[in-house]
Design a protein around this ligand. Structure first.
Ligand SMILES: [Fe+2]
Length: 281
């Protein structure tokens, strides 16, 4: 695959179906034309990696604002110092609700149980790496959908799925103290189409750990279908595992990518700073 050269920025594919590395001068990342090219590439490649750019929070927010409409997906349970920047960490001194971060060990899309439409993108800066584990994996759910047999696509196209926080915490629900069980019930369940159709006609699966039930289907049947689709989308051809280095900045289209983190030690101090782009349609 050839390297695509554009003004002041180059995009180098990582895998045939997913991911590109962005090569640009640091200052060029704040050029609206460069950001526009990043958006275009994100649409197609789903994940963009900016190696070692070492953004400050202010720079990350500035880039976020150039990319789209900023969404506050922070949590009251964290001691976020900068508005709209969520500190992703298992450190109990900073995050009083680390179970939500344990939930990120499982394939998911951000914001589905709390937003009426999937947030458009997530942006993540590496601030402190885990010595072991902590890689982030991404799955391109455009490619996953497009490679399904035609008959199966047709069977999925009109289905709707209820997303809940409780579903996303189900694998670790027995670890949550009895007094905190109320956390499983936060928010109002949100319904999203199982198959999302973009303006350009391309379709993707909207799936992951928050997907609880399929509307109109027996619960067990629906959950089996959802689990099978996540397994399908998680196969190596559709996924990319990012090995973080200090200062890396990675962004992904949250409407067409699932992500998860490889487990890491709760006490290792791993810290990522996350910003989000709001739904656009
Ligand atoms: Fe996430």
């Amino acid at each position: 695959m050839s390297v695509i050269e554009k003004t002041r920025v180059e995009f180098e594919p990582v895998k045939p179906e997913v991911g590109s590395i962005v090569r640009a001068e640091r200052a060029a990342l704040f050029d609206p034309e460069v950001v526009r090219q990043c958006r275009e590439m994100l649409n197609d490649r789903v994940v963009l990696v900016f190696p070692k750019v070492n953004f400050t929070d202010a720079e990350q927010l500035a880039f976020t604002d150039l990319l789209g409409g900023r969404l506050n997906l922070t949590s009251d349970a964290t001691t976020d110092k900068q508005e709209d920047v969520y500190q992703v960490t298992l450190d109990k001194k900073i995050n009083r609700a680390p179970e939500y971060v344990l939930g990120t060990f499982f394939w998911h899309m951000d914001g589905l149980p709390v937003e009426t439409a999937p947030p458009a993108a997530t942006l993540l800066s590496a601030r402190k790496l885990a010595p072991k584990g902590g890689q982030t994996e991404f799955s391109n759910t455009l490619a996953a959908y497009e490679h399904l047999p035609e008959a199966e696509k047709a069977a999925l196209d009109d289905l709707r799925v209820v997303h809940t926080v409780a579903a996303s915490l189900r694998p670790i629900a027995d670890l949550i103290p009895e007094a905190d069980k109320g956390k499983l019930q936060i928010g109002v369940p949100k319904e999203h189409p199982l198959v999302r159709t973009r303006k350009d006609g391309r379709k993707s699966l909207v799936i992951g750990s928050t997907a609880d039930t399929v509307v109109g289907m027996e619960v067990a049947h629906g959950r089996a279908l959802l689990a099978r689709l996540v397994e399908w989308a998680g196969q190596p051809a559709f996924t990319y595992r990012h090995e973080w280095q200090d200062g890396d900045f990675v962004i992904w289209d949250n409407r067409t990518a699932m992500h998860r983190v490889i487990p890491y030690d709760s006490d290792c101090g791993r810290m990522m700073h996350r910003t989000s782009i709001a739904a656009e349609d």
